[in-house]
Every structure is written in structure tokens, then in C-alpha cells.
Design a protein around this ligand. Sequence first.
Ligand code: ZN
Length: 405
Amino acid sequence: MADEEHPAVTNFRKYVRIKTVQPKPDYATCTTYLQGQAEELGAECQVVECVPGKPAVIMTLPGEDPSLPAVLLNSHTDVVPVFPEHWKYDPFSAHKDEAGDIYGRGTQDMKCVGIQYLEAIKRLQKGGGGGGGGGRFLRTVHLSFVPEEELGGLQGMGRLVHTETFKRMNIGVALDEGYASTTDAMKVFYGQRNPWWILIKCPGQPGHGSQFLQDTAGEKLAKIINFFMAFREQELRRMEEDPKLTLGDVITINLTKLEGGVQFNVVPAELSVGFDVRIPPSQIEVFQERLDGWCKEAGEGITYEFGQKVMEKAVTCAEDGKNPWWDAFASACKKMGVVLEKEIFPASTDMKYIRRLGISALGFSPMNNTPVLLHDHNEYLNEQVFLRGIEIYAEIIPALANLRP
Ligand code: ZN
């Protein structure tokens, strides 16, 4: 079996075995590996460290007309931690079972995509199609392999976009990660929800635990929690009742923190509660009003602060005939028989930094008929699904890179 393995699969498994796992990713080995890949591609390669020890590797295949806006194929190199005791196989062994399922942290999120870009270009080059060397694309193609996405990208893409290097790259469109789909269709993401981490502080009358004190922190806290939970229930019901709605269309709320109290018989002067809220771009203002209303209604003196408050309304136009990049992407997918489901990404990716600059960005990981296992135990990807993804990118990349202005 091993002898017959497709070289792209072997390459993928090699990449999965590099332990770029947070909180101490082995970026050094990863960079060396990627430099080798750039060499194979005949691509220019630069390593940019916006933060020392946290390298972004950027490969460039100059186009016939480098003055045209370029194509960026982005992926992140880091992966989230594992709990090995819950895995069937060592999460960094890239074990392949008899069904061709390749197990490993990063097989879905998102080392698959990084390798698929590389292998699609290798394939195009072999076929004489544009990709550096002999046959070139019309536009320049950059591949960025960025660090720290799993920590919010603040020390990765978040910094990279502000560098001279990035400005010189002159990006017109970017591709980045999506996630798996359990059906035959594939998901494409044109925007993402905004995470708000809200800590609400409820002050109140302190005193002895034996009294009916007025205006206590606990009463206010209870009201706040009830408001949030009732709204949570409402959004959940809205999603359940309309099968067309996805997580990207609704506001999710989770109570994630409770703070306060000193001892059982002391009524505290303050209690606080924290929520993780995820808001679609179109519902930012509406939720802000709700939040202010709830705090006012729950009692005197309630304040809130944010651990994180993203206010990103930028989405990429994914309507036919209105954005040439979208049209090129969508028609390439159609040609490959890929049925697309357009969605707002429920969590956060590095594309927020790109869309903020007004650049079109699509999140796409060509994995269908695959359970969604990003950040989960036993993350795997079937080799046939992986190989099919390469074929799909081999259609998408030239469609974008040869798009006439
Ligand atoms: Zn990811």
C-alpha cells in the first residue's frame, strides 16, 4: 500500500507530522519544510517575522503582468492542542487506516488546504499550465503560510497585513479556510461572525445573609442571566424552525464566566457574569441596543466591559455578476461539479484582517461527506477527499490567476 501512495498524500502526511501545536509550535521545522516546498515550485520565498520566532512563509510565483492585483492562497501553520488519551492514534503520526482516513491534528484545520494549494500548482506546472517556470499565470500568485491563527492571528496575519511586504504583494483576492461539510455540497464563507466577550458587573447593597436586603448584586445578576438565556433560547428556536439558517445567521450566546462572593453569609457588593457572544455582521447594532437595554432594566449601576469586541461588518460580495472574483471562483467550482453553500463563518479566521482592507476573501476547505472535526479528538481526512480537493484547486487557482482585468 505504502509504495502506491499518491505523492501528494505522502507530502500531506509529512506536514501533519510537524508539531506546530499551540502553545509551543515547532515553527522552525515547519519553515524549513515550507522552504523546501517553495524550491520544488520554483517560487520565490521569504520568511517574515513580525514577531520574533513567529514566522510567516510567503511564496511568490510572479505573473505575466505583475502590475495586476494578485491572488493570495492563505493557510495557517499552527494547530490547536490535543488530548492524546482521547485519540485512536498518535495525533502527530498521520496514521492512515484501511479506509484511507488520515488521522492527525491539522488534517482538517488546515494543513490539508496548505498542501492542496501546493500540489494543485505542482500539477498545473507538470501539465504546462501557468505556475511559474515555463507557463506562467497572468497574475502573480502568492502563497502565505502564517503562524498564530489559533490564538486569534494577532501576532500572525494581524501584523502581516500592516507590513510593507504585504502592501507590495498587491492582493486582489484571497482564499483561506472554511470547514468540512457532512453532505455532498461544499461550504464557502464570505464573511464571519463577530466575537464579543462581555463581562457584566452587577453592584449591589452588601450586608448580612440573613436579611431581605434591597438592590442586591444577586438579583441583578439573575435578571441579566435570564435576559441572555431567554434570547439564547429564542435564537436556538429560530434556527431549529428554519432549516435554511446556519450558525452564521444567528447570534449564539454562552455563559462562560461567573465571578464574585466571599462567603455564604455575606451578601457581596458585586457579582459578575461573562458571556461569549457571536454576532453576524448585519446584527451588530441590534445586539448592542439589546445589551444596553438589558443592563438598564436589570437594575442600577450595572456596567460591562469587553475581553474582545470585534465590529467587522465587511463581507465579500458572493452574488453572481457583481464580483468578478466570485464569478471566477463559482464557475470553476461549477465546472468541477461542486455544489456550493454560501455561509457566514460561525467563528473567526484570519480573513477578518483581509476583508477589513476591502479585499475579496473566501473561506473554502474542499471537504465534503466528512464529519466536522476541527479542534476535536480524532480529527481526520480521507485521502480521496483530499486528492479531489487538489483537482478542485487546480481549476480554481487558474480561474482566479488568469482572470482578465
Ligand atoms: Zn483554522
